[in-house]
Design a protein around this ligand. Sequence first.
Ligand code: ADP
Ligand code: MG
Ligand code: ZN
Length: 497
Amino acid sequence: MMNPDWEVVLGLEIHCQLATNTKIFCGCPARAPEGVSVADLGPNANTCPVCTGQPGALPVLNRKVVDYAIRAGLAMNCEIRKHNVFSRKNYFYPDLPKGYQISQFDLPICEKGHVDIEYKAGGKEVQKRIGITRIHMEEDAGKNLHMDAFSLVNLNRACVPLIEIVSEPDMRSAEEAGAYMRAVYGIVTAIGVCDGNMQEGNFRCDANVSVMPKGSTKFGTRAEIKNVNSFRFVEKAIEYEVQRQIALIQSGGKVVQETRLWDSAKGQTFSMRSKEEAHDYRYFPEPDLIPVHVDEKWIAKVKDELPELPSQKKARYVSELGLSSYDAGVLTSSAALAKFFEDTLKILAPDGNASGNTAKAVSNHLGGEVSRLMNEENLELNQSKIAPKHLAEIVKLQTANVISSTGAKTIIGVTWKTGEAVDGIVEREGLKQVSDTGALEKAVDTIIAANPGQVAEYRGGKDKLLGFFVGQAMKATGGKANPAMLQEIVKRKLAGN
Ligand code: ADP
Ligand code: MG
Ligand code: ZN
């Protein structure tokens, strides 16, 4: 889809909801209690005078938010600003009860970092470093619910802590942006600062998109696509927006700086409003909060508590398990996926010495069918019913040649939905392969006897007919023959042995 005459320039602003117990400036719970969906909380159940913006109510900064922001900054190779300041971003919208959002502006907590990404484009593996301009702390807004004749406001989300991770305009394709978004997701979930529940908006991004003629060094005017909460949609939205901008310029029009929204049903972006500039927000230092001072001791303590990062995990999977860098990258793209992988290996090799083949087999399923289902259904791994015990069983059966790779996929599909035991599925769906040499030889003999013409042609040099015999014999076993064994027997019999 990339147009050879145009260069695409992309920068992402990722909003990541922090997994703290309480909100950023008050003591209200920041999340629904365990087992309850945010959507099921009563409207405005999680609110108080501070987060509803009552006159005279004062914010008090939640220290954990600063901890988490530093943690994210260190994980993304940022410099931590020792003196950082909250600012007011002024705008009017019903879901923002104070009439301003407390955010950070010119003195954010983290600056000048980077994230390394790896992805496949046109069959080739590409590695690239994406710059992080800044990471700042801010409060989320509430939610408006528009009815026919009136609107409702739910402030449960108001004052929930966010970090905004702003990238440099370093990305040059939709795939690159998708890979970057996945890499950041992998990091924030691995270090435990974000639950990563994308459907509930825990992790969402604004994609800034512009195009310029190939070879130009002057960036084009950007449009910003707001609030995209899926990896797949971000790529689709960017691809659409790039084509829209190119067509617009080619037909003599001009891209205007604006905010657009992605309509996933129509597969299009549409204009929401013309884009504000920073000065429209009348930023000024928040007078109700003192500046945040972060000393070396604080930074050292957070650094000390950092768990293994995806990049470190990835290097370990490559050196200890012999996985390819790309496969290891896929597995470490989410904390849940990496944990699933390790838990499955633990079942298969309780002594901790899983062989390279075992690791590869587990990795192939997770990077293949399981990832495909996650993408297709836009679900996180923990929202499905498949568990490490299922995958371990599948790999065991496949290694023992009891099931085929197609059978393995079928079982993954069923356990994904139902979580039922693997042996029951194998029985019910008749997935056991025929690996009994006698039975396979009998089937092959029958096919050979029934097709003397083809046998003669094959023996006369028409090698392609091998597939015909294998196919017929496979059919005769109801598709259950072990393919490798069957192929070997057909070849041997046709050769007259
Ligand atoms: P705002 O909040 O107004 O959107 P920011 O500076 O916070 O502005 O974010 C701008 C984002 O847009 C950054 O991620 C940056 O890399 C990206 N960006 C800036 N200029 C361009 C451009 N011409 N094309 C694409 N992305 C851009
Ligand atoms: Mg923006
Ligand atoms: Zn509150």
